[in-house]
Design a protein around this ligand. Structure first.
Ligand SMILES: Nc1ncnc2c1ncn2[C@@H]1O[C@H](COP(=O)(O)OP(=O)(O)OP(=O)(O)O)[C@@H](O)[C@H]1O
Ligand SMILES: [Mg+2]
Length: 354
């Protein structure tokens, strides 16, 4: 059953509309990420869920109960917001204990629950320190402990890791995922880091100009994007403009002078953009491989990352193509000649303007 049901929310700030008809269903224990560019409405939606902003239209239910107008402190949600700082004059222990003291939990139980929580975020050693004597990542973990210690129904996180360096962010992402697994609390996380979203989430909701453009698993969004915006936001892609031609035995997509066979089942019959992921572009396809069109191409550049190389290729009449290649036997040189194989296998037909 749905734990949280967000139904048709509109939000106006004065004359500016920040959210348009936003709906999303969240299961208990789900890890949901709101992913989108700056200004797309992520924080606005999170603030509405927290109760800090009212809605202009629509409703929110929690376990079937309407909470749209409920005061923030009565929602029992944990919050890790930017600028929602730790209390600087309190120790780590007292910061984490605070929500329990507010709830008048007995002293012994507070001691026990704070200890458990500090253990979970691996900060037991720092219980008696003040926040100023901690690193940024450690402070974020205190904030996380404080947000989780009262066992909230839902944890709302607004870019909790944006201020951290890449390595720390990776570590904290892993910890967050472990904590999510061990507690089974529902997490709603905001980020504009697509890798973070893909690594952590059960469901990603892609936001664009105040709308949820598509929501689904990382796999569903990557393999079956419904729009160019979603395809571009989740991973790398090639977009070839042209048209589908169904007149022959084999449907093809005509782009430049190339006719790409569209073998994949479930491809929509029409569309003016063929989206092909770099790993579906075949470099130097073996002779035996059929059902693809072979085009001569030249290597423009390559980026080597150990396990593989990402090439940018020039093929006549097409935009520069991204293609992954194995790099076990060395790299193709810039300017070198290769053959690219293009097919509808794994490709997605999109329409302009969606
Ligand atoms: N208090 C406010 N008054 C007026 N407009 C606002 C207010 N808060 C946000 N907006 C506008 O609403 C839109 C969505 O803002 P929001 O903060 O939700 O974006 P965001 O997706 O969180 O962006 P970012 O990634 O930069 O944090 C923006 O156009 C913003 O300017
Ligand atoms: Mg924001």
């Amino acid at each position: 059953m749905a734990q949280l049901e967000i139904s048709s929310i509109d939000k106006f700030y004065g004359a500016t509309q920040a959210l348009f008809d936003v709906s999303l269903t969240v299961r208990k224990g789900e890890f949901v990420t709101l992913l989108g560019p700056s200004g797309s409405g992520k924080t606005t939606l999170l603030k509405i869920l927290a109760g800090f902003e009212s809605v202009s239209a629509g409703r929110i239910t929690l376990n079937g109960r309407d909470v749209t107008a409920l005061a923030p402190e009565r929602r029992n949600f944990g919050l890790v917001f930017q600028g929602y700082a730790l209390f600087p004059h309190m120790t780590v222990f007292d910061n984490v204990a605070y929500p329990l003291r507010v709830r008048r939990i007995p002293r012994d139980e507070i001691a026990q629950r704070v200890a458990e929580m500090l253990d979970l975020v691996q900060l037991s050693r720092f219980a008696q320190r003040k926040p100023a004597a901690l690193s940024g990542g450690q402070q974020q973990r205190v904030a996380l402990a404080r947000a989780l210690v009262f066992r909230p129904d839902l944890l709302l996180l607004d870019e909790p890791m944006s201020a951290l360096d890449k390595k720390l962010r990776g570590d904290l992402q892993e910890q967050l995922r472990d904590i999510h697994r061990s507690l089974g609390t529902t997490f709603i996380n905001v980020t504009h880091d697509q890798e973070e979203a893909m690594h952590m989430s059960d469901t990603i909701a892609i936001m664009n100009h105040g709308r949820i453009e598509q929501a689904g698993s990382a796999f569903a969004l990557y393999r079956h994007p419904g729009s160019r915006f979603v395809a571009e936001f989740v991973g790398k892609s090639n977009f070839l403009g042209g048209r589908a031609d169904h007149s022959g035995n084999q449907p093809v997509f005509v782009t430049g002078s190339a006719r790409i066979p569209l073998a994949g089942p479930g491809l929509p019959p029409d569309g003016t953009i063929l989206m092909i992921r770099p790993e579906d572009v075949v470099l130097n396809p073996p002779d035996a491989q059929t059902n693809l069109v072979r085009l001569p191409a030249k290597v423009l550049s390559s980026t080597y990352s150990g396990d593989r190389a990402l090439y940018t290729l020039a093929a006549e009449g097409l935009p520069p193509l991204l293609a992954y290649g194995h790099a076990r036997e060395g790299l193709h040189d810039n300017g070198g000649a290769v053959t690219v194989g293009l097919s509808g296998d794994g490709a997605v037909l999109l329409s302009e303007g969606v």
